[in-house]
Design a protein around this ligand. Structure first.
Ligand SMILES: *Cc1c(COP(=O)(O)O)cnc(C)c1O
Length: 472
């Protein structure tokens, strides 16, 4: 399988190449040159398979020759039979006649990002071993990505990770999930300033010749195609359980960077009968405005009780605009250049037509989010996290709006464990969710991180001084 850039001018790469590259050299994002497609009979044949076997089947066409069948099977078994605390990996829970939750938080850091990052950590090791190289991952996090990435690479031989977080601005649970991992290849940096400042340092490092001359830099954010590919799998396993391909299902997806919901679009492209994808945002609703009105314009970010969805620009949306708009890389490059200059753009008619019919979008404010937490708790005893609640609120909006056939099951992606956001849950339902036993001593473990001043040079010098993975 070859991958092409959404901006048309970077070289095509194979799966190994896009996994290690992250972003394309022309600033675009890699997408498969064509979508692999399963027949109904092939989908039906996967019913009842364990998660890891569906993962092998769904991911194989994307990986092509980059892994042997044995390598792929071993990696999937290692990740999906060992790293999740639920034997089904991503179990479905029924809320009422129409609504279901897909629990994606049974990994080591209690959010759905583990499902893909646990795989990515092993893909990195396999490819680096083969190339006899080392990789220095530099990233910034506002919470969930950092801990999932650290848990994916801690203790590995060929990768090291420098994770920047804005000092004092991530929750205690989120910080401790990063700083209590004690491994020589893990470096936690608490940076003065906001998440955007930390993110800006990371971007600058990727363009700093002093850094790139000595270090082979890697990225773990959701622009990495391998992450999206891993997320396609749970759309298959969940739809199969509810009767696919003989019965359609719909999904409501709490959305920030448009990665998780784009994986649903990919599943539909591969032949999975998905009736509708609901894009669920909080009040930071650039994606809702883009999908409903064609208006993609970034404003300021309003902090909410769903911090992992507090975004201004949604990187993976470019992949949808490229694919749904006719795959014109030159036009996409021009459109994104204009957007980067003005922070606003209109979707073309081709893009709007390509999106219409497959997606609807709604947002939920804090009151609606709390109400969804109450509804789940009172109706079925389920304690859900606020991100999941945004999804559930939107799923119920789509029903009252007649956007969806009343007989179609709606699966809301449960993206985090409620104990990750205990304050918001307690305010909504009056109960404080306990951390699961497997992370129960989180508050007893010793933390390790360095505090750095907010300027770029201090951060860069720290990374250069402490990195083991020199190219030489
Ligand atoms: C990252 C995250 C999201 C948003 O996912 P995207 O793929 O960026 O759209 C939603 N909920 C939680 C809990 C997250 O950690």
């Amino acid at each position: 399988m070859q991958y092409v850039s959404t901006r048309g001018s970077a070289p095509a790469l194979d799966f190994e190449g896009v996994t290690l590259a992250g972003l394309a050299s022309d600033g675009g994002l890699y997408v498969p040159a064509e979508w692999p497609r399963f027949s109904e009979a092939e989908i039906r044949a996967m019913r009842g398979w364990p998660y890891w076997e569906v993962a092998v089947e769904v991911m194989r066409p994307f990986i092509g020759d980059s892994l042997t069948e044995t390598e792929l099977e071993n990696i999937c078994m290692d990740v999906y039979c060992g790293q999740f605390s639920h034997a089904a990996v991503a179990p479905l829970v029924q809320l009422d006649q129409q609504h279901w939750l897909l629990e994606l938080f049974h990994g080591p850091t209690l959010a759905f990002k583990d499902v893909a990052l646990q795989l990515l950590g092993r893909l990195f090791e396999t490819f680096l071993e083969r190339r006899d190289q080392r990789l220095t991952i530099v990233g910034a996090t506002s919470g969930d990505t950092g801990s999932a990435a650290i848990h994916a690479v801690a203790g590995r031989k060929r990768t090291e990770i420098f994770m920047l977080h804005p000092k004092g601005r991530v929750s205690d649970v989120q910080r401790r999930q990063m700083t209590t991992v004690r491994a020589p290849n893990v470096h936690n940096l608490a940076i003065e300033g906001s998440f955007d400042d930390a993110q800006a340092h990371v971007k600058r490092m990727f363009n700093d010749a002093d850094v790139t001359a000595t270090l082979n830099l890697g990225a773990v954010n959701s622009i990495n195609w391998a992450r999206l590919m891993a997320q396609v799998v749970y759309y298959f396993t969940s739809a199969l359980q509810l009767g696919a391909p003989d019965r359609k299902v719909a999904y409501s997806v709490p959305t920030g960077n448009f990665g998780d919901v784009f994986a649903g679009y990919v599943a539909a492209k591969m032949g999975l009968p998905i009736e509708l994808l609901m894009v669920a945002t909080n009040v930071n609703d650039i994606l809702r405005r883009a999908i409903v009105d064609g208006d993609y314009s970034a404003g300021g970010v309003t902090p909410t009780i769903t911090p992992s969805m507090d975004i201004q620009v949604s990187s993976n949306f470019e992949r949808l605009l490229f694919d749904a708009g006719g795959r014109d890389g030159a036009a996409m490059a021009e459109q994104m250049r204009a957007f980067e200059a003005t922070k606003a753009m209109r979707l073309t008619n081709a893009q709007r037509d390509g999106i219409k019919g497959q997606f609807v979008a709604f947002s939920a404010n804090q009151i609606e989010t709390a109400r969804a937490m109450q509804w789940a708790y009172q109706g079925s005893g389920q304690i859900i996290d606020p991100h999941t609640a945004v999804g559930l609120s939107v799923a119920r909006d789509a029903v009252s709006d007649d956007s969806i056939n009343p007989l179609t099951p709606i699966i809301t992606l449960a993206t985090a464990h409620p104990a990750k956001f205990p304050d918001a849950v307690e305010r909504a339902i009056g109960l404080r969710p306990a951390l699961p036993a497997r992370v129960g001593d989180l508050f007893g473990r010793e933390e390790s991180f360095v505090e750095l001043a907010g300027d770029y040079d201090t951060t860069r010098d720290y990374v250069l001084e402490h990195a083991a993975g020199s190219k030489a």
